[in-house]
Design a protein around this ligand. Structure first.
Ligand code: HQG
Length: 180
């Protein structure tokens, strides 16, 4: 069974990444929303928690999924959105190789089509193989793809590093991918 914290984290991911409308919440263009409003709207929709509960989940989230604004008044998901947000991250030079974890059943298609963001705003890449492996396990039998990130960067593809260490890019054409 899922822990209470994991369930609560799922609820937060749902409203802050995918369906703020579900509880009548509005995100600003950068994905931020007021913590007080999130608490009030969640309560009205049947999910009650305090500011302390919220901060506890933010601090203990295994993947640092949520960020709190410098003034402590607002919260957003660090990445993973399907709603359109402009995270305001600056492009960065990536390491030579990044990793993408997926399921073996997707690999043949990915090696033909490249990596696409699917329902999210960007493709998610990991700096290390162990993290990619954990992402992969969510989808089935794990497969890890190597991405020649620095070579892509040299050809003009932009890379962004989210607050929680996940690398983001719009897409990865197949010529930059290798199965491991
Ligand atoms: C696959 C989790 C067929 C792709 C993780 C992936 C991550 C293709 C799936 C974050 C394809 C999309 C994101 C193509 C991509 N043909 N399949 N051309 N291109 N795919 O969940 O990267 O727990 O949207 O390989 O830790 O798995 O939510 O992306 O399997 O950081 O915080 O399409 O979500 O974080 O799946 O995971 P997802 P993802 P959280």
């Amino acid at each position: 069974m899922q822990s209470h914290v994991a369930q609560f984290s799922k609820f937060l991911s749902f409203v802050l990444r995918h369906k703020p409308d579900a509880i009548g919440l509005k995100l600003d263009p950068q994905g931020w929303t007021s913590i007080d409003e999130l608490i009030a709207k969640s309560d009205a929709a049947g999910t009650r928690f305090s500011r302390e509960d919220l901060l506890h989940v933010v601090e203990t989230s295994d993947k640092k999924r949520f960020s709190i604004s410098a003034d402590g008044q607002r919260i957003r998901a660090a990445q993973g959105h399907s709603v359109s947000v402009e995270l305001g991250l600056s492009p960065r030079q990536p390491p030579s190789i990044l990793y993408h974890g997926t399921a073996t059943r997707f690999v043949d298609l990915i090696l033909v089509e490249g990596l696409k963001p699917q329902s999210r705003q960007q493709v998610h890449l990991s700096a290390d193989e162990a993290t990619a492996h954990r992402v992969a396990q969510r989808h089935g039998k794990p497969a890890i793809l190597k991405v020649e990130a620095l070579r892509m960067h040299a050809q003009g593809f932009k890379f962004f590093l989210a607050d929680n260490g996940v690398w983001l890019t719009a897409q990865v054409p197949p010529e930059f991918l290798k199965s491991t």
